[in-house]
Design a protein around this ligand. Sequence first.
Ligand SMILES: *[C@@H]1O[C@H](CO)[C@@H](O)[C@H](O)[C@H]1NC(C)=O
Ligand SMILES: *[C@@H]1O[C@H](CO)[C@@H](O)[C@H](O)[C@H]1NC(C)=O
Ligand SMILES: *[C@@H]1O[C@H](CO)[C@@H](O)[C@H](O)[C@H]1NC(C)=O
Ligand SMILES: *[C@@H]1O[C@H](CO)[C@@H](O)[C@H](O)[C@H]1NC(C)=O
Length: 354
Amino acid sequence: MNKLLCLAVCPCSDPALCAPITEIRDFEVFVFHVRDKNWKFYDWSQVTTVASFADYYEPDLMCFAHSKGVRLVLKGDVCIKDIVDPKNRTVWITQMVTLAKYQFMDGINLDIEQAVWKGSPEYYALTALVQETTETFHREIPGSQVTFDVPWSPDCVALRCYNYTGIADLCDFLFVMSYDMHPQLLTEWIAGANSPYNETLTGYDQYIGLNINPKKLVMGVPWYGYDYVCLELTKDNKCILYKSEQQVAAGQQISYSTMMKQLNSSFSGRLWDDNQKSPFYNYKDNNGHIHQVWYDDPESISLKTAYIPGHNLRGIGMWHGDLLDYSIDPVAQQQTEMMWKALRPKQSPSQWQP
Ligand SMILES: *[C@@H]1O[C@H](CO)[C@@H](O)[C@H](O)[C@H]1NC(C)=O
Ligand SMILES: *[C@@H]1O[C@H](CO)[C@@H](O)[C@H](O)[C@H]1NC(C)=O
Ligand SMILES: *[C@@H]1O[C@H](CO)[C@@H](O)[C@H](O)[C@H]1NC(C)=O
Ligand SMILES: *[C@@H]1O[C@H](CO)[C@@H](O)[C@H](O)[C@H]1NC(C)=O
């Protein structure tokens, strides 16, 4: 490992850009980067952290992010069963911090989306993993950031019964994934919003209700939607889903850029559901099947972000930054700009009432 560190040569034209970012900003804008070179077109006047979820390392992204005072952090994912053993935990954390140092990165985002029973060995191991990862990163990389991805509600969503208060205390902040919510909220076999307004904000109320400091919460919004094939579309626009025992979420994920191209050729155009406060549209595919697509756009996102200032959340982020159309097409450029702008919370005159 030490040999590896000695080999690390700063890839930036200015060697000062390899120094870790130590500045702490009041408002976080946390971006997941997954693919392509679109990061060049992010709104860098807003971004504070980029989590690199691409399966390759990009030295030019590191140099660029650092030139903007932005942290670049690793993805951390490990099978919880394997880190119940404290020695194994130390081995994993050492590998991660060594990799971060070698790549001149500024922390780690723990994305461990695994089912855990309350009180199980895995339950305690996960909290210990967060504590030890944070201690190691903060010690080894000055100013580094350790964050943890949590579901939209702390209420054992997707059987993730974690020690949320402990985890929030022991890391820098939680990224709350306020999306993929439809399967958990399904009461009738009909398509619905990916990130409905009421349940999204109820989730934050629940985290804060556990005595988690709101400054430990970053609101995660989706830049993608779900495409459902309808068994039948009713007159009042309910998309009845095919029943399937194995698969609850029968939808396919679809990017904002794809949806914006499809919206023009949809037979419904943009529709709005005022209960879920979410846009949707209906289209017919080449085989004659009717689909309904639920998504988020600047209007639905702005409604949710209005919660942030009144409740003093730490910031905002999205899954993920590469789902917009960054081409030079003027319509796409305007849509992309509006999505980035929607991240800036506006204080709403009326406070959220559940
Ligand atoms: C340690 O982790 C490895 C994988 O990294 C796993 O194969 C092994 O079973 C783990 N050992 C224990 C005791 O958990
Ligand atoms: C959660 O973790 C914290 C910090 O380690 C600990 O003090 C607390 O007892 C844990 N709570 C439960 C319910 O396990
Ligand atoms: C809002 O969501 C919560 C959590 O799912 C639910 O208990 C409540 O009934 C909902 N309220 C409204 C007005 O829909
Ligand atoms: C959608 O249609 C409108 C009106 O015809 C047009 O102005 C716009 O450029 C189209 N958008 C896309 C993405 O094709």
